[in-house]
Write a protein that binds this ligand. Structure first.
Ligand code: GAR
Length: 198
């Protein structure tokens, strides 16, 4: 199974996937970032599919087409988002038919969006966590595959809490991906994903 990991940032989750020997055929990033360097250092093929425009005129459809073209060139069958911060348009999820996974730093369905860690901290909750789920065209929705709970400590900062959540993500995501590759964990069929989203 040919896996691509999509990244935008630090790449500590990607490094855990590499460490745990998840077979990765390609790491693609939407911007220059440490994660792409980490992949290069590990000898994994990388592609910078640069986004450039972060403003209101960003052409999501055009970007999605460009990224899909690159992934098709590599024959990618499963996409694992690991801190990828560009929201892709619908055709991406149709094309990969439920074979797009994401890790999100909260216990979904709580705290969707880009400020999940801050929102959890500000909510006064005593725990949060991480979620591995099937990514769909609806942000941070899609079937949940696995979750791990993380405590929120008195006096936590966003950074301290996020690091504790990432430790959980670095444990959980490699395990799930390896189980998918080995066939121990079966992903839902595309038809079932579409049904459960409606
Ligand atoms: C992770 O916490 C991941 O869940 C989050 O970005 C971090 C990436 O860390 N992703 C999102 O918030 C996606 N909306 P890393 O760059 O150190 O691997």
């Amino acid at each position: 199974m040919k896996i691509a990991v999509l990244v935008s940032g630090q790449g500590s989750i990607l490094e855990a996937l590499i460490r745990e020997r998840v077979p990765i055929a390609l790491v693609a990033g939407d911007r220059e970032c440490r994660a792409l360097e980490a992949a290069e250092n590990a000898g994994i093929p990388t592609e910078l599919v640069e986004r450039g425009d972060f403003g209101a005129s960003f052409d999501r459809h055009e970007y999605t087409e460009r990224l899909m073209h690159v992934l098709k060139t590599y024959g990618i069958e499963l996409v694992a988002m690991a801190g990828f911060m560009t929201f892709l348009s619908e055709e991406f999820f149709e094309n990969f038919g439920g074979r797009v996974l994401n890790t999100h730093p909260s216990l979904l369905p709580r705290f969707k969006g880009d400020h999940a860690v801050r929102d959890a901290l500000e909510s006064g909750a005593q725990e949060t966590g991480c979620t591995i789920h099937i990514a769909t065209e609806k942000l941070d929705e899609g079937q949940i595959i696995a979750q791990e709970t993380v405590p929120i400590h008195e006096g936590d900062t966003v950074d301290a809490l996020h690091e504790r959540i990432k430790q959980a993500e670095r444990r959980l995501y490699p395990r799930i991906l390896k189980d998918i590759v080995s066939g121990e964990l079966a992903l839902p069929r595309k038809e079932d994903i579409i049904k459960s989203d409606n």
